[in-house]
Write a protein that binds this ligand. Structure first.
Ligand SMILES: O=C(O)CCC(=O)C(=O)O
Ligand SMILES: [Fe+2]
Length: 356
């Protein structure tokens, strides 16, 4: 089991947790998409916390001379920041968004030609998290690992090349940015880069794992009843996310003491979130940011999330990030594939189960 695809093969998901709603025909929020209103993180509070809090999520200029310190501090306090001047061309981001929109605008019967099979990780379907919930998400997704060509040929038999070219170029640029961010982060944590040779490695079993997740959240007749993506943390080291500008509400992150904070889109910015594996590798110094996607009544919101992390065989060594010798290790050393397997079973409980 050396690739992400192989680690997911053992977890056959019921079709009910793969097939999205037929948004072409849906008129109302039925019982299966009505989420319980309770006091825990699932509470769909009607308003995000006060607007001033929204501006607190750091916006970092990649060309700032202090960029390393700013990124390290943002990861340590928030586990999240927005990055501007990141060198991913704006027209490429816009093209990727428009290719995603083209895909999600296809009739449901066409999209289902690429339905993710229960033992696979790529293609059209509900977010993987849906297997943990009895209610349905107001979301449809499309997951890509490497080349999307096989699926693209099914969707547009005579016209698949543009989709593939744009998406591959987009993934290449996000990979390069992920590598730059990782070098900054390793330096901040005092981890020698020789310990993470997969950063920057381009081929073979030692190269990084990555995936591009396209999310579509059609307008919803009653956004107070349902949710696009339920609260979760991402699994890998970093997520780089583009979200459509101008949603009424969308990505929200949770911070103790503040509650849910909206990540308001900044034109051309990419959101960077720290995930579980970086939380472990940082020996708990960087929080794995809890976030969710809420839906709205008027806009068809899209997001493109690029997940980046180590190969499945990589052994995480939290002790490398210890501040000094007396600083205890907060997590055990473990292999990435073992973490991925645990998360497929235990979802949000996984980190607390591992904590020493
Ligand atoms: O749509 C968003 O803004 C969030 C997407 C996300 O969290 C994910 O794909 O893991
Ligand atoms: Fe996420």
């Amino acid at each position: 089991m050396n690739t992400l695809l192989e680690s997911y093969k053992d977890y056959h998901i019921n079709l009910h947790h793969i097939i999205p709603l037929d948004f072409d025909s849906i008129q109302e929020v039925s019982d299966v998409h009505s989420w319980p209103q309770s006091n825990d993180f699932l509470t769909l509070d009607l308003e995000p916390n006060d607007k001033s809090a929204a501006s607190i999520i750091p916006i970092i200029d990649f060309s700032d001379p202090n960029v390393s310190k700013l990124i390290g501090q943002a990861c340590e306090t928030w586990g999240s920041f927005q990055l501007i001047n990141h060198n991913v061309p704006l027209n490429l981001i816009e093209s990727a968004e428009s290719e995603a929109r083209k895909l999600f605008s296809l009739p449901t019967s066409e999209k289902r030609k690429t339905l993710r099979s229960p033992s696979e990780a790529t293609g059209y379907g509900l977010a993987r998290m849906s297997q943990f919930f009895s209610r349905l998400l107001w979301q449809e997704g499309f997951t890509i690992m490497g080349s999307p060509v096989d699926h693209a040929k099914k969707l547009w038999p005579d016209d698949y090349q543009r989709f593939c070219d744009v998406i591959e170029d987009f993934q290449d640029k996000l990979k390069a940015l992920s590598e730059q961010l990782m070098l900054i982060i390793l330096d901040y944590l005092g981890i020698p880069k020789e310990e993470m040779k997969w950063v920057g490695s381009n081929s073979g079993p030692e190269c990084a794992t990555s995936a591009l997740q396209m999310n579509s959240y059609p307008p919803c007749p009653d956004p107070t009843l349902t949710i696009g993506l339920a609260p979760h943390t991402d699994t890998y080291f970093l997520t780089i996310l583009h979200q459509t500008s101008n949603p009424t509400r969308g990505l929200e992150i949770h911070r103790d003491g503040l509650g849910w904070v909206s990540v308001n889109p900044v034109h051309g910015a990419l959101v960077v979130n720290a995930g579980d594996l970086l939380h472990i590798a940082s020996n708990g110094r960087f929080p794995s940011v809890l976030h969710r996607a809420v839906v709205n009544k008027t806009n068809h919101r899209l997001s493109l999330a690029y997940f980046y992390g180590p190969p499945m065989n990589y052994q995480l060594l939290p002790s490398l990030a210890k501040l000094d010798d007396d600083d205890p290790s907060v997590y055990p050393s473990l292999k990435v594939k073992d973490y991925v397997t645990m998360k497929e079973k235990h979802f949000r409980e996984t980190l607390s189960m591992l904590k020493l």
